[in-house]
Design a protein around this ligand. Sequence first.
Ligand code: ADP
Ligand code: MG
Length: 363
Amino acid sequence: MAAADLRATAGARLQIRDVAKAYGPVQSLDGVSLDVQPGELLTVLGPSGSGKTTLLKVVAGFEIPEAGIVLLGGQDVTLARPAQRGIGMVFQNYALFPHMTVAGNVAFPLEMRRRSRADIVQRAADALQLVGLAGYEHRLPRQLSGGQQQRVALARAIVFEPALLLLDEPFGALDRKLREQMQLEVRRLQRRLGLTTIFITHDQEEALVLSDRIAIPNRGRMEQVGSPAEIYDHPDNAFVADFVGESNLLPGTVDAASAGCVRIALDCGLLLEAAGDWAAGTRVGALIRPERFTPAMDGPNVVRGVVIEIVYVGSAHKYRLRLDGGSEMLVRLASGRASPLPGVGQTFAVGLAPEDVHLLRLD
Ligand code: ADP
Ligand code: MG
């Protein structure tokens, strides 16, 4: 297969060190450090306005930071022009050249690099084959669907074997099904070519599906960087816990502690056992993922509440319980279980293991 000729390019290591960038009074990046390993796919997952696009602009060379440096393949590129960096990019609304054919668009980065005619034709054909668009060479962008246009943009971004691939919410305009398909395609392509990649998104599912690691920015700083499982199961703080996945976060105080095990007195009156070593008296937040609960009448942690809402989401039922004392608990139970579950207004008892109570320091 010809596409194999576009061989694995050893992706470069990216090192971002203490980068700061302000727009007037807005500190868009406030001392960001981040490493992306060769061949790694790191997503930056954060809310709108958290500095994601600014970070990519600094890495790509469209913005010069006021402080800090960017190293690509060990070289300081902080002040290098964008074209000198060898970076491929796809943006949500990054228009293709409308008057150029698909082949012309994909060949463009190679023309800029003054590659030979034969090389250009071969590589452009390889890149189009990789994104599943062989045979579309002579179409114009407006003759393609949105998903096909983003595939062309992707082909154009990888055709010159970039040292780094930057994707800024590339599938934000696509419908859900196509978006999920494109996510898997990008993942496959990225692995196959060994591309060092930063993928920006505000969609947590997209980040969990795609990433080797996830970085969570907030107000121009990184709150946490870790594997999807670390981010989801062991968020460092309430911001990360709240932003990634649904969660119950209940404040309380460590009431009793023995080796590896603590009892938490929640402010709402509930007592919970949790794993971990915390000193008695410490103020903590107990993070509980809704899907960790199971129906249970006894065990170390039983939570009883009145069902105030049930939402069916296909794969699961989401219960909202009101506990004694008024606080609420979200419980998610997979659909299709045999025993009947309580309805709205009834009391429901659910349990969870101490390992499923994740404690965060509250300060
Ligand atoms: P994100 O991509 O995470 O949504 P951005 O990096 O685009 O966030 O923006 C971060 C902050 O910087 C926002 O408050 C935004 O309004 C501000 N900002 C970004 N670009 C500019 C600009 N060119 N001029 C002024 N403010 C900007
Ligand atoms: Mg953005």
